[in-house]
Design a protein. Structure first.
Length: 188
């Protein structure tokens, strides 16, 4: 597996799990009722993503798409050079799915089966709150320790034509464990 493939997958995973530092240009709107979860007026969001990853060795920019349907799914697709989908990351209230389309492998797991998510209390509701609160912010910077991710969100739409069901995975793809995928990522 080449380093660019790993960086793409790490980028997607880091975007979803990064909770250290977030900087953005506008503040989140205040909720009118303290403690009450109020559904947004817009329940479907699609947006174009440009993610720049800077590490000590690399400075790579990848394109992608963000799809969100309130209380159903958050999906991020990574499309380097705008050519073909290289990776897909999906979050539903029940599980997480990461598909590495280049190496034909995938991980499907419940939140409690992913150690870094469990140890950081990351579940669907936490991810949804974070992404729903921040999707309208145009520039987001995430410092995830080994890399700095600069995310530019553009072309935000209220498109409900996409399928919010968890993607099916072809039998050509190999199921791997979270630990195995992390071990592969650590090799680069």
């Amino acid at each position: 597996m080449n380093i660019r493939t790993f960086i793409i997958i790490v980028t997607v995973a880091a975007v979803m799990s990064a909770c250290k530092t977030t900087k953005y240009s506008e503040s989140a709107p205040k909720k009118p009722v303290a403690g009450a979860e109020i559904a947004p007026k817009v329940t479907n969001v699609t947006a174009k993503l440009d993610v720049n990853v800077k590490t000590l060795k690399d400075d790579i920019t990848v394109d992608g798409r963000l799809y969100m349907r309130y209380n159903e799914m958050i999906r991020i697709t990574v499309v380097p050079f705008g050519l073909m989908e290289a990776a897909r990351l999906e979050f539903t209230p029940q599980e997480v799915l990461l598909i590495d389309k280049i190496n034909k492998q995938y991980v499907r797991a419940k939140y409690e089966e992913v150690n870094f998510m469990q140890s950081n209390n990351i579940n669907f509701q936490a991810l949804q709150k974070r992404f729903w609160d921040e999707y309208q912010k145009k520039n987001i910077t995430l410092d995830v320790g080994a890399a700095v991710l600069n995310i530019k969100v553009s072309r935000i739409d209220n498109d409900d034509s996409w399928n919010a069901n968890m993607s099916s995975v072809s039998s050509k793809y190999k199921a791997v464990s979270v630990a195995e995928l992390i071990e592969q990522l650590a090799r680069f």
